[in-house]
Structure formats: C-alpha cells, structure tokens
Design a protein around this ligand. Structure first.
Ligand code: NIG
Ligand code: FE
Length: 401
C-alpha cells in the first residue's frame, strides 16, 4: 500500500458516534479517510511515511454538518422580533401577512448577486466553527423563478467556498399572496412546475414542506412528496413545530430522510420514524427564539432508537442564529441531550438527515476526509462553552482551510 498523504497521530477521536478509549491514528489519502487505528498498531515505518501531524491528544471529530438552514434570504425581521417581545405571537404575525411573507417580499426584489453577498458571511460564520457540510433551503421566493433564483445562489455558495452545500426546494413554505384562498392551486404549481423545473436544472437535492396550520395540510404535503419522489428527489418536512397534525408520520411513511422541529410529536409519530428509519432533527434555536415551552419528546426518541440530528435552522424569523456550536449548548441545556448525543447530531446523524452518511459525518475508512481538530481533548467542551474559538483546524476533503 502506498503512503498516505497525511497521517494524524496521537488523536483523541470522536468518530461521529463514539469516543475512542486510546490515542488513535487517522490516515488520509486522496481526500478520503484511508485508515483509522490505535497508535499501538502503527509501525515505525508507517510513522515515517507521508506527512505526519501530531495532534498531541487533541480532539479530532468529523467536519460538522448543519443539516437544516435557510441561509439565503433578503431583508431582516428585527422589527418582528421586537413585536414578539411586546407579546405578538409568531402565528398572529404570519396570519397578518408578516413573518415568512415579509421575507418573501424582500427576497423577491433582491438579485442573485445581492442574495449571494448577504448569504456569504452567514455561511462563513458557520464554516469558521467547523461546518464542512450545510443544507440550504429555498422557500422565500414562492414563484418558480424566485425559488430557482434562491437555489442557484445556494449552489453558487458551494462552488465559491470549500464546503459541501446540499440544496432543498421549500416551495411549500407559505401561501404566496397571488394564491390567497387557493392553497390547492399553489400546491399544484409546486408539484407541476416548481419541482420539475428545479429537478430539470439539477438545482435541488431534496424537497421540504411546512406542514402546519399556518403552512400546508398533511394531504397537501403528501402531494408534494409524491411529486418530489417522481422526480427522484429526497424529501424532508417541517413538522409538529407549533401543533400536532400527524405530519411527521406522513413524512416517514413517504420515506422522508428527516422530520424537523417536532416539539409536538407524539409516541405514534416517534414509532413511525423508528419504523421508517427517518431522522428526527432538533432545532433548539427556533425553540429558544419563539420562547416555546414544549420540549421535543427526547426520551421517546431515545427509547425507540430514532437518530437525533441537530441544526441551526438559521433563518431571519425563528432562528437568526449562525452558530452550530451554540446549538450544541442549547440542545443540552434546553432539551437535555448529552454532549455526545449533541455532537452526534451535528456529525453522523446530521449527515444521515441529508442522506450523506456514506460520504461524511463519520471518521471511518472510505468516507471523505472532512475533519475538525479542536484545542481540547474533551468532546463535552464543545457543548459546554460558547464563544471561544476552539477550532484549531478545519479540513474539507483532505485539505486544511
Ligand atoms: O424552520 N417553520 C417554518 N419555517 C422556518 C421559519 C421561517 C421564517 O419564519 O422565516 C423554521 O422555523
Ligand atoms: Fe426551518
């Protein structure tokens, strides 16, 4: 076997699911992880080969995966934040034409270049904390052209920075004013125009919906899922965020990669996720910003063995928070995840929520060498402290940045 390009030695390893009990070696070649073994198995000749980097027992984790964001948008909703502090609810603001629709107005008038320029610092903030894979949704255009515009910006972000961008068409996010009182007509547009156009241009990897009283009904979401699947696209859902409509179970039955938010998910819904192998994505930033009090059913998800992913939900309304590290802390303090559960949520399970678990999110032979080296040897530190630049090195596909 020829020499690896880089040998990481004396690594404290969190592989995405578990922490190794002894110092480890990770060999990287051609952008892939070639071998993972204890230091005790490394021969003297192997140690001489390739470029050796001594981690001095610092923690090496998979590159972080933020599996749910709305990073591309126009405008700001600081005014809505103030209104909510004065007592108005998220739902009342949405029903009055604000909320998502106010971002839709700002996004429609923005050019691709403007959207790109405003999204870039948001992406760079995530990357500076170790994110190597990020999902970006559309959903603030709500016309065929404006949704495709958002997806093009998302793709361009992935081309211009060393990060993997997964794109999701969220046409069924809110009812645009042109379709007021005709939700079924709008779903028709999503299914027969938006999804085919996004698929034909290769702009979407997945399709998402907002299944909620202020979003779309379970039956309407099921139509969107069928259209997405007919075009070979994966499916996901914003479900059980504000109420329990049974949207998570419907998504799971349709083969969804993940259901996201799920504060109001019940045991039957958890069971449906377990049976379908659907990931439960927790979004504590939105829970926090909306001052929600209903905690997702963490104990049930554990009991049924449902993988829990964790993401920022970075968006201008419910989670204007561009820090996945902060989500690690919030998942522990607000939802009582253990630090290791939280860390699996932004690595192995985050990758699974995107259908990328064969490519990234774990440190295992054959996967892409997306890695983070931290200035600590204790994984719990990553969830414990907030605001310290603990990242020593971020590696994307074998290259340090
Ligand atoms: O994930 N729930 C729906 N969608 C977003 C919020 C979007 C917005 O308010 O702009 C979410 O919370
Ligand atoms: Fe969201």
């Amino acid at each position: 076997m020829s020499a690896p390009d880089r040998l990481w030695i004396n690594v404290t390893l969190f592989d995405g699911l578990n922490t190794a009990a002894e110092p480890m070696v990770v060999a990287v070649k051609n952008g892939l992880i070639e071998r993972v073994c204890p230091m005790s198995e490394l021969s003297a000749s192997e140690r001489e080969a390739g470029e050796v980097f001594d981690a001095e027992c610092r923690l090496l984790t998979p590159g972080l995966v933020d599996c749910h964001t709305h990073l591309v948008f126009g405008g700001s909703r600081a005014g809505e934040f103030e209104a909510r502090l004065e007592g108005q609810s998220y739902e009342a603001i949405a029903r009055a034409g604000g909320g998502i629709l106010s971002t839709v107005r700002a996004t429609r008038v923005a050019s691709e270049d403007e959207l790109f320029a405003s999204a870039l610092p948001r992406l760079e903030a995530l990357m500076s904390e170790g994110v190597t894979t990020v999902e970006i949704k559309s959903g603030y255009g709500l016309t065929v052209e404006d949704e495709l515009k958002m997806l093009r910006v998302a793709r361009r972000l992935g081309c211009e920075r060393p990060v993997r961008v997964v794109t999701t068409l969220l046409g069924a996010h809110a009812l645009p004013p042109e379709y007021k009182d005709d939700a079924d007509g709008y779903i028709e547009l999503v299914c027969h125009r938006m999804i085919p156009a996004a698929a034909a241009e290769g702009l979407a990897d997945a399709v998402d919906v907002f299944c909620e009283g202020i979003g779309f009904s379970v039956a309407q979401c099921q139509r969107v899922y069928a259209a997405a699947k007919a075009h070979g696209l994966a499916i996901k859902g914003h479900t059980e965020q504000l109420s329990n409509l049974g949207g998570s179970a419907a998504a799971a039955h349709a083969g969804a990669l993940s259901v996201d938010h799920i504060e109001y998910l019940d045991e039957a819904g958890v069971k449906a996720l377990a049976e379908a192998g659907t990931v439960a994505t927790l979004l504590p930033g939105a829970f926090y910003m909306l001052r929600e009090t209903k905690v997702p059913p963490i104990e049930l998800l554990r009991r049924y063995g449902v993988p829990m992913a964790l993401a920022t939900d970075a968006n201008p309304g419910t989670s204007p928070i561009f820090s996945l590290r902060l989500m690690l802390n919030m998942a522990c303090t607000l939802f009582r995840l253990t630090p290791l559960e939280a860390l699996s949520g932004v690595t192995a399970h985050g990758a699974r929520a995107l259908g990328l678990h064969q490519q990234t999110g774990r440190i295992a032979p054959g996967l892409r060498a997306d890695l983070c080296l931290w200035n600590t040897s204790n994984p719990a530190e990553l969830a414990y402290s907030v605001g310290l630049p603990t990242l020593a090195r971020r590696v994307f596909a074998g290259n340090s940045h």
